[in-house]
Design a protein around this ligand. Structure first.
Ligand code: DQA
Length: 152
């Protein structure tokens, strides 16, 4: 089977995962992702290439998603941070590029009832699914879901 290439895309304030408010977002960094993928996918993890990108700027995230389209990437695991709740521009981008996307959140945004805005996602309807509340494991679960989606 040909190598599948997935983009792990992170938006604003997600450049310090593992350090930023670990009581909310977890203490593990993205460096633990390859190991988690191996646990979930076994041998099949060898056929996966991950590319990582993080930006604090909305336009840069759109540029990277458009590039993912040109590169014909197999999918995106995308944590847009706070832009999840506000960015129609990101939702518009995901709606047309034709690259399957899984929305990822480290925290369970639906349980953050003290901040109702966090329970709303503008980009969710342009995604094949949402993973929230499992910390870094969420990115690995998103890649697993993309694998099944791509090979369905
Ligand atoms: C987040 C949740 C968002 O509400 C928040 O703005 C983030 C991180 C998460 O991963 O839980 O920056 O996307």
């Amino acid at each position: 089977m040909k190598t599948r290439k997935y983009l792990i895309l992170n938006g604003p304030n997600l450049g310090h995962i593992g350090t930023r408010q670990p009581e909310i977002y977890g203490a593990k960094g993205l460096d633990s992702l390859p190991e988690l993928l191996k646990e979930l996918l076994g041998e099949a993890a060898g056929g996966i290439e991950l590319v990582f990108h993080q930006s604090n700027f909305e336009g840069n995230l759109i540029d990277r998603l458009e590039m993912a389209r040109r590169e014909e990437l197999d999918g995106v695991a995308f944590n847009a941070g706070a832009l999840t709740h506000t960015s129609l521009a990101l939702a518009d981008c995901l709606a047309w590029i034709g690259v399957p996307c899984v929305e990822v959140h480290l925290s369970n945004i639906f349980a953050r009832t003290d901040e109702p805005l966090r329970q709303q996602s503008l980009m969710g309807k342009a995604c094949i699914g949402v993973v929230a509340g499992f910390g870094i494991l969420g990115y690995a679960l998103a890649v697993l879901a993309l694998e099944r989606h791509v090979n369905r």
